[in-house]
Design a protein around this ligand. Structure first.
Ligand SMILES: CC(=O)CC(=O)SCCNC(=O)CCNC(=O)[C@H](O)C(C)(C)COP(=O)(O)OP(=O)(O)OC[C@H]1O[C@@H](n2cnc3c(N)ncnc32)[C@H](O)[C@@H]1OP(=O)(O)O
Ligand SMILES: NC(=O)C1=CN([C@@H]2O[C@H](COP(=O)(O)OP(=O)(O)OC[C@H]3O[C@@H](n4cnc5c(N)ncnc54)[C@H](OP(=O)(O)O)[C@@H]3O)[C@@H](O)[C@H]2O)C=CC1
Length: 278
């Protein structure tokens, strides 16, 4: 199978890596060579670590040898499945899918790794809504078990079955849900992170204490502020905006502190500063 990934950021890189580890031929595209170089370096480090721990069936060289990095979208023409993992912005994703619908072979399936944006809207933009689906991996992709599989209004049974089987071949556990803002994962997770940010804003406790309370008290592997920094505060804000607008309820209102931090360029781990310094 030929597997395409668009975006060499934290999610795109992880998806491409796991696809290559699973034996697929992988094409990764990003807009600039420097993003591809950065993405490749992260993949090399992760593969080396997993290899050291004896968790891979192939050597790092074999896995990386299955991967091609390019800035050219035309490289997806003969892909069987293309998963998009670019910025969480409906307009930008829709534009990309309009182009991909023209480039990828007609029988190819298009998928979005979006955290929250309506799959049905992106499917319409692609011009092939029956062969379009949400394939939502969790961060960090090499370590997390879940793939949330989201059917759009017109997604065919064959497409859902193909993507479910592909997720299984990648060693993941696919779970199905319907196309509602934030799906299941982020409709439940993101309001918790937003509330933790609101607690910082209101002075309920220091960030370290908020995280400690949720880690030690609820056995969460990461505190909510550490997790928000890890996901990216820009992505968290974009998801809250989709929940707020899509569900029309003020309980999903993004915390003003979250908005202000994104405006200030504090995006969490990826910018070096969020609730913590990296
Ligand atoms: C926003 C969305 O749309 C959806 C989302 O994805 S929401 C985010 C979902 N993800 C989560 O909630 C993650 C929560 N965190 C966790 O589950 C855990 O902290 C974790 C799995 C990330 C890390 O596990 P941990 O038990 O805390 O241990 P930690 O010591 O940090 O890491 C375990 C090992 O994995 C390694 N590791 C971490 N990331 C890695 C990666 N990408 N590749 C390879 N190895 C990795 C670490 O280096 C570490 O190695 P050593 O044992 O050699 O030190
Ligand atoms: N972060 C997370 O925990 C999770 C995120 N997601 C979703 O995955 C997607 C990607 O998120 P994430 O990997 O964190 O983001 P990143 O910012 O790490 O990566 C996005 C990548 O896509 C590139 N990009 C942006 N616009 C375009 C475009 N028009 N064409 C090609 N490439 C583009 C970016 O380049 P540049 O550097 O220029 O911006 C960057 O390399 C989002 O939809 C997000 O909601 C899903 C699950 C978890």
């Amino acid at each position: 199978m030929k597997f395409g990934v668009i975006g060499a950021g934290q999610m795109g890189g992880g998806i491409a890596q796991v696809a290559a580890q699973s034996g697929f031929t992988v094409v990764v595209q990003d807009m600039k060579q420097e993003f591809l170089d950065r993405g490749r370096a992260v993949i090399e480090k992760s593969v080396a670590k997993l290899h050291e721990k004896g968790r891979l069936t192939d050597t790092p060289d074999v896995i990386l040898g299955r991967m091609q990095f390019t800035t050219d979208l035309n490289a997806f023409a003969d892909c069987d499945l293309v998963v998009e993992a670019i910025v969480e912005n409906e307009g930008v994703k829709a534009d990309l899918f309009r182009q991909l619908g023209q480039i990828v072979k007609p029988e190819g399936i298009l998928a979005s790794n979006t955290s929250s944006i309506p799959i049905t809207a992106l499917a319409s933009a692609s011009g092939r809504p029956e062969r379009f689906i949400g394939m939502h991996f969790m961060n960090p992709v090499p370590l997390m078990q879940l793939v949330e599989v989201i059917r759009g209004y017109s997604t065919s049974d064959e497409t859902a079955q193909f993507v479910t089987q592909t997720a299984e071949r990648m060693g993941k556990t696919p779970l199905a849900c319907n196309d509602f803002p934030g799906f299941v994962s982020n409709r439940i997770l993101m309001p918790m992170l937003n509330e933790a940010i609101q607690c910082v804003m209101e002075g309920v406790a220091e960030p370290g204490a908020i995280d400690g309370i949720m880690k030690l008290g609820m056995n969460h592997p990461m505190g909510p502020l550490t997790l928000a920094d890890f996901i990216g505060l820009d992505t968290c804000l974009a998801i809250m905006e989709v929940l707020h607008e899509g569900l029309g309820d003020d309980k999903y209102r993004p915390s003003p502190l979250l908005r202000k931090m994104v405006q200030a360029g504090l995006l969490g781990r990826k910018s070096g500063q969020g609730f913590y310094t990296y």
